[in-house]
Design a binder for this molecule. Structure first.
Ligand code: LLP
Length: 416
């Protein structure tokens, strides 16, 4: 399927004026698309579950203005945080601690203290995390992240469940974790699972949910309590290629609810169903606008851009594929095969490899799609390249939501 923001990449006037006003490389987000994604996800939950709660995984894109905008589009939206910094973002976006969940791992005492003071629902990654938390103070409510022994994700690097994953309490130890917490007087519990990012297969969510619900029932029997929520985390994939299917989120939720209410037939008494997606809400809503800086015909042919692995890590880190278009001419004939690279002194600095692409010249604009999630959030300053600016496109105007970094910004904490 064609990309939902293809018309933006093809709007030469708009893109040229953005490049002129804010410079390149530039992260450009569509407010409308973010809103559509949130409404769609929320409706899918509403159609299938009596009680549910939707939290946005802030790690995907931490721009406080963008998170505030998301909150304005769905006033009940909460946040999923993994660090004190992300707790700070949700606060700025007007989310209360009670609406949020804190899912850390290998948390320091400072991390746990921040989570505790925020009043977010603390979701622990291990029993040893509970021991550390106990030394600081105990919350009234708690959950653990279970590792069900398997996982799935677009790349091996983003599989967060299973024997090789660093996350979660192994399923064999999960009951013990809850027993330990209950013995310390905690009485309100939830259960969480997140086994990988970018899953496009409906059936996988059902398999994972079955394992999760079996554990939930075991925990409830062991500690004689009713879980207040069961969370499947994020992991809802988006297509990064035209030929990839999109996830039918309405059907996913419908199928999960069938399984859920088989386990919990009394709908009024059933736990609340929680989700904390990142990619699904913001992934396809961002375009990285970048300029051609150099062309080389060598042993391979290269198009060099003013964006590289420091601007967008996913291709260099995972070999991730992102659709890339010549701005204003998205249907141009692919008359060459090139590697698309940045200006970084690393050979892994490739945004695309062996990519059929139209002829371009120095100064031409290029749009890299699906960078709304884990794009800017994972950008860095290698080779002393300041991070780009971010712009939110509204119906009739653009809003600068993060200024471009300067070289002085990079060194502001250095003693020179
Ligand atoms: N909840 C927890 C506890 C998580 O660890 C994550 C992502 C999410 C929710 C949101 O997952 P999502 O809906 O975005 O799949 N950098 C990688 C993705 C790593 C995901 C890590 N955890 C990428 O660019 O694909």
């Amino acid at each position: 399927m064609a990309h939902p923001l293809l018309h933006i990449a093809n709007d030469k006037n708009l893109m040229e004026s953005l490049a002129e006003e804010y410079g390149t490389p530039l992260y450009v987000y569509s407010a409308q698309r973010i809103s559509e994604n949130i409404q769609r996800f929320n409706n899918a939950l509403q159609l299938s579950f009596n009680k549910y709660h939707l939290c946005y995984a802030v790690k995907a894109n931490n721009n406080p203005n963008l998170v505030s905008y998301m909150k304005s589009q769905l006033p009940l939206l909460g946040g999923d945080c993994s660090s004190p910094g992300e707790l700070c973002v949700v606060k700025q976006a007007g989310m209360s601690g009670e609406e949020c969940i804190y899912s850390g791992n290998y948390e320091s005492a400072e991390d746990l203290q921040s989570a505790l003071s925020s009043n977010a629902w603390i979701n622990l990654d291990d029993i040893t995390s509970f021991d550390r938390l106990k030394r600081i103070g105990l919350p009234k409510r708690l959950s653990f992240r279970i590792n069900p022994g398997f996982g799935k994700g677009t790349f091996s690097q983003v599989v967060t469940g299973g024997k090789d994953a660093k996350f979660g309490v192994p399923k064999e130890k999960i009951v013990e974790a809850y027993r330990t917490a209950a013995a310390e007087g905690i009485a309100r519990f939830g259960l969480h699972c997140m086994t990988g990012s970018g899953v496009l297969e409906k059936a996988y969510f059902e398999n994972m949910f079955n394992a999760l619900l079996a554990a939930a029932r075991e925990i409830e029997a062991a500690i004689q309590c009713s879980l207040e929520f069961i969370s499947v985390g994020g992991g809802f994939g988006i297509p990064y290629k035209n030929e990839e299917p999109s996830l039918n989120i309405e059907k996913v939720m419908e199928n999960l609810s069938t399984i859920f209410y088989q386990q919990y037939p009394d709908r009024a008494q059933a736990p609340s169903f929680w989700c904390e997606p990142g990619k699904f809400l913001v992934g396809d809503a961002g375009i990285l606008l970048t300029k051609v800086t150099g062309l080389k015909e060598g042993y391979r042919n290269f198009i060099g851009l003013d964006a590289g692995m420091e601007t967008l890590m996913r291709p260099g880190l995972y070999g991730a594929y992102h659709r890339i278009y010549k701005v204003g001419d998205v249907d141009a004939e692919h008359s060459q095969v090139v590697d698309i690279t940045g200006r970084i002194c690393e050979n892994t600095d490739r945004l695309a490899v062996d990519r059929p692409f139209p002829k371009v010249g120095e100064g031409d604009l290029v749009g890299i799609m699906d960078v709304g999630a884990y794009g800017y959030a994972m950008a860095h300053q290698f080779n002393t390249r300041p991070r780009p600016a971010e712009v939110l496109l509204h119906e009739n105007h653009s809003e600068l939501i993060r200024k471009r970094e300067t070289i002085e910004d990079i060194f502001q904490n250095c003693n020179v």
